[in-house]
Design a protein around this ligand. Structure first.
Ligand code: ADP
Ligand code: MG
Length: 370
């Protein structure tokens, strides 16, 4: 087990700065996910931790040691990649044992370790198969086993599930987090840094999530915090599905003005606001945009443009002036809504409305409950 610390870590490729002095502290035993769009430097950061990439500035610590100058083999890490090529001519058993054979372990030791890892990953029946006789998920588990057998202090994953189909991805997510919990309980390799571009993977797997954009860290927080208190527009738009509605407009004493309509800012949102930027972005998640029946309550006047039935939920696509908004409502609630033509009044839940400063992108509505 080991803590991983990045201090002012930088990477420059030629003249291009890929990583801009990031600081990150991964606690011992923590499952940390690095998430962000393609090209934001997730892999570069992970490869620097692994020692596969030189660092251009700053410091990396694993456990008590500064590992800046240590080769990968001396860092007590194991890495699993998206393209986890197994050795095609070796059986599963041989693939698992390969690292230990290289390290000169005895036959007896290797046999014990192989059985143990196979048992943990439930791949015992596959030990005598060749890689071409495995399904994608089975091959991925063997790749995990190959990393696990080294008993590393830190596990590094780079998009390990991206090549699998959606169903398998969902079951592998649970397998990996289960495995992490069990290894932790056994005092084995327990600290994880897991890279993905997929916000669902990040939200379901991470103890904490580090959201990155263009070589910078946007926010580090638990899934719950990221969802309920995004620090800025980038995180707000990246985390959550469907995406948060973000409406540009102006704030004044009367409330928020956007797309020719005005929504008063009630006391609950007011109390949370640390600033009142004139140029603002109002944010609200589709799950928090509600149908309003009757004309008494302030609401946006929208037009229904599309309905997607998802089962017990319905995604409503509505237009507000030139903007499209999405609402997720219960199918029953939608059925019960009486509508004349396609006009539909909608209002974001005040407890779940956010105001962002359009200039800085910062969330200024975290105040009172932050
Ligand atoms: P991610 O894994 O988040 O998709 P990467 O870490 O692979 O992003 O890349 C981050 C940035 O660094 C990208 O702009 C990419 O083009 C650049 N980059 C990555 N590797 C190299 C390299 N070997 N040489 C030059 N630029 C690179
Ligand atoms: Mg990558």
């Amino acid at each position: 087990m080991a803590r991983v610390q990045l201090k002012n870590l930088e990477k420059v490729y030629g003249g291009f700065k890929a990583v801009h002095g990031i600081d990150l502290d991964v606690a011992e035993g923590e499952f940390m996910v690095l998430v962000g769009p393609s090209g934001c430097a997730k892999s570069t950061t992970l490869r620097m931790i692994a020692g596969l990439e030189d660092i251009s500035g700053g410091e990396i610590r694993i456990g008590d040691r500064v590992v800046n100058e240590l080769p990968p083999g001396k860092r007590s890490i194991a890495m699993v990649f998206q393209n986890y090529a197994l050795y095609p001519h070796m059986k599963v058993r041989g693939n698992l044992a390969f690292g230990l054979r290289l390290a000169g372990k005895s036959k007896a030791e290797i046999a014990v370790a192989t059985e143990e890892v196979a048992r943990i990953l439930e791949i015992e029946p596959l030990l005598d198969r060749l890689p071409k006789q495995l399904s994608g998920g089975q091959a991925q588990r063997v790749a995990l086993g190959r990393a696990l057998i080294k008993k590393p202090s830190v596990f590094l994953f780079d998009e390990p599930l991206s090549n699998l189909d959606a169903k398998l991805r969902a079951s592998m997510r649970v397998r990996i987090t289960d495995l992490h919990r069990r290894l932790k309980a056994d005092g084995l390799a327990s600290t994880v840094v897991y890279v993905t571009h997929d916000q669902t993977e990040a939200m379901t797997m991470g103890d904490r999530i580090c959201v990155m954009q263009a070589g910078r860290i946007m926010q580090v927080a638990t899934p719950k915090e990221l969802y309920s208190r995004p620090a800025n527009l980038f995180v707000a738009g990246f985390i959550g599905s469907p995406e948060m509605n973000l409406l540009e407009g102006q704030l004044d004493g009367d409330g928020f003005h956007g797309e020719g309509q005005t929504l008063p800012i009630g006391p609950s949102l007011s109390a949370r606001m640390s600033a009142r930027p004139q140029d603002a972005v109002l944010g609200f998640r589709p799950q928090h945009l509600k149908i309003v029946s009757g004309d008494g309550v302030p609401a946006f006047d929208t037009r229904l443009t599309n309905v997607e039935f998802m089962g017990h939920e319905v995604y409503l696509h509505v237009s507000l002036g030139g903007r499209q908004l999405v609402a997720v409502v219960g199918a029953d609630e939608f059925e019960a809504t009486s509508r004349a033509d396609d006009r539909i009044r909608m209002r974001p839940d005040a407890e779940w409305m956010y105001v962002f400063d359009r200039g800085s992108g910062q969330n200024v509505s975290l105040g009172a409950n932050a």
